[in-house]
Design a protein around this ligand. Structure first.
Ligand SMILES: *Cc1c(COP(=O)(O)O)cnc(C)c1O
Length: 393
C-alpha cells in the first residue's frame, strides 16, 4: 500500500489519466456529450454486440466519468469503480444487485436516513427484510446471520455518534459464511479508511461529501469486485439510470486532487475544536474518535489513518437551547451535508434523524441537545471563536 511513485497523494492527481491520449491536455477534458457517432453502421453493430470498445451513449459510458471511476478504483485499491448521480443511487445499485425477494440484509445500527428509507421500501415492495444491530460483539453478529442473509451492510463511523464498527472482525465472520460486506465509507473517504484492504467487498461513497469537497455536486461511487460492478453497469446503472453527469464527474476529478490536503486540514481543525469543546463547561458528551477518552479510540487508531473532521456533542440544555445555540452561530452555517470547506452545524434529532422514532433515536444516543459539526477548512481559531460566542447564554 502507498509504495513507490504511487503514493495516495500522487494517485489522487495522476491515477486513471494519460494526457497523451487526450491531445496532451494536462487536465482531463470534459466530454459534455449525450451520444457518440459511429464511423460506419458495421462499427455501430460491433459496439452494441460488445465486440468493439468505443462509446455508444453517455448513460452507458463517458470518457470523463471513466477517468473518475479509474481514479476511485485505484484510491480504494479495488478492482473497479462506478460513478452514480447520487450517493443514494450508489447505495440502491449495490443493494438491488446483492439481493432478491426473500433475502435478508444485516445492517449496522444507525445507518444513513435515506438508506433506512430504501430498506423499508425493499421490505414493503419486494419482501427483502433487514435487521439493524450494534455490531460490537462477534457473538451478536453470528446470532443475527440467517440462512437467507446475502449482505452485511455497514457504516463506520456511524452518523452522528461516531460509533465504529471493527471491519476486520466483520470480514472475518462474513468470509466464514460467504456473505459479501458492503461499507458506506462516506465519513472517511479513501484517504482515511480503505475497507477493501481490510477484506470488504464493496465500498460506497456519497461523493457529495469529502470526495467532491466543495459543496457543489451531488454524486455517488461504488468500488469493489469487477464482476459485480460489470453487472451493476448493465442493470442498476444503465436500466434504472442513476448516472452522474459528465460535468459533475469533471468537478469531482478536480476536487479529488486536493482530497489529502483538505482532509489533513479538516482533521487538524477537528482535533483543536474537540479539545476546546471538551474544556467548555456548557458542553456535555463529545463524540469524536480522536479523543483519548472515546470508547473506541484504539480501534479508530488502528482502522483509520486519522480521526476525521466530524464531531458531535451535547450542549447542556434543552432542545430549544440547542436550537438557540445553532441560531447564534454566524460563521458556521446551519446545514446538513458534510465535508465542505465551510463549517456546517445541524441538529440531528430534528433534521437528519427526524424520521427515526423517538425511542430508537434515544437508544442511538441522539438526544434533543445533540448537535453535529462538520469542521471546515477555515482557521480553527475563527471556528472556535464562533462556537464560543454561540455557547454564551
Ligand atoms: C449523504 C450520505 C449519503 C447519501 O448521499 P447523497 O449523495 O446525498 O445521495 C449516504 N450515506 C452517507 C453516510 C451520507 O452521509
Amino acid at each position: 500500500m502507498d509504495k513507490g511513485p504511487n503514493r495516495f497523494e500522487t494517485k489522487v492527481i495522476h491515477a486513471g489519466y494519460h494526457s497523451l491520449n487526450y491531445e496532451g491536455s494536462l487536465v482531463p477534458p470534459l466530454f459534455q456529450t449525450s451520444t457518440y457517432t459511429f464511423p460506419t453502421a458495421e462499427e455501430g453493430e460491433k459496439r452494441f454486440a460488445g465486440e468493439s470498445e468505443g462509446y455508444i451513449y453517455s448513460r452507458l459510458g463517458n470518457p470523463t466519468v471513466k477517468v473518475l471511476e479509474e481514479k476511485l478504483a485505484e484510491l480504494e485499491n479495488a478492482e473497479a469503480a462506478l460513478a452514480f448521480g447520487s450517493g443514494m443511487a450508489a447505495v440502491s445499485a449495490v443493494l438491488f444487485y446483492l439481493t432478491k425477494t426473500g433475502d435478508h440484509i444485516l445492517c449496522s445500527e444507525g445507518i444513513y436516513g435515506c438508506t433506512f428509507g430504501l430498506l423499508q421500501l425493499m421490505k414493503n415492495k419486494h419482501n427483502i427484510n433487514h435487521e439493524l444491530i450494534f455490531m460490537d460483539e462477534e457473538e451478536t453478529i453470528r446470532k443475527a446471520i440467517r440462512k437467507n442473509t446475502t449482505v452485511i451492510y455497514i457504516e463506520t463511523p456511524i452518523n452522528p455518534t461516531m460509533k465504529l464498527v471493527d471491519l476486520e472482525m466483520i470480514t472475518k465472520i462474513a468470509k466464514e459464511y460467504g456473505i459479501p460486506v458492503v461499507v458506506d465509507n462516506t465519513f472517511c473517504s479513501p484517504y482515511l479508511q480503505r475497507p477493501i484492504e481490510l477484506g470488504c467487498d464493496y465500498v460506497i461513497h456519497s461523493a457529495t461529501k469529502y470526495i467532491g469537497g466543495h459543496g457543489d455536486v451531488i454524486a455517488g461511487i461504488v468500488a469493489g469486485r469487477k464482476e459485480g460492478l460489470a453487472e451493476m453497469a448493465m442493470t442498476t446503472l444503465k436500466d434504472i439510470g442513476g448516472i452522474i453527469s459528465p460535468f459533475d464527474g469533471w468537478l469531482l476529478i478536480r476536487g479529488l486532487k486536493t482530497l489529502p490536503i483538505r482532509l489533513d486540514r479538516h482533521c487538524d481543525n477537528a482535533e483543536k475544536i474537540a479539545e476546546k469543546l471538551k474544556e467548555h463547561p456548557r458542553v456535555g458528551k463529545i463524540y469524536y474518535p480522536g479523543d483519548v477518552d472515546f470508547p473506541q479510540y484504539e480501534l479508530a487508531m488502528r482502522q483509520m489513518k486519522k480521526p476525521g473532521g466530524m464531531i458531535s456533542f451535547e450542549i447542556n440544555g434543552t432542545k430549544a437551547e440547542a436550537q438557540a445555540f445553532l441560531n447564534r452561530c454566524c460563521l458556521i452555517k446551519i446545514a446538513v451535508s458534510l465535508g465542505d470547506s465551510e463549517t456546517l452545524i445541524q441538529h440531528p434529532a430534528t433534521m437528519t434523524h427526524a424520521v427515526v422514532p423517538e425511542e430508537a433515536r434515544l437508544k442511538m444516543g441522539i438526544t434533543d441537545n445533540l448537535v453535529r459539526l462538520s469542521v471546515g477548512l477555515e482557521a480553527w481559531e475563527d471556528i472556535w471563536d464562533d462556537l464560543e460566542q454561540a455557547l454564551e447564554y
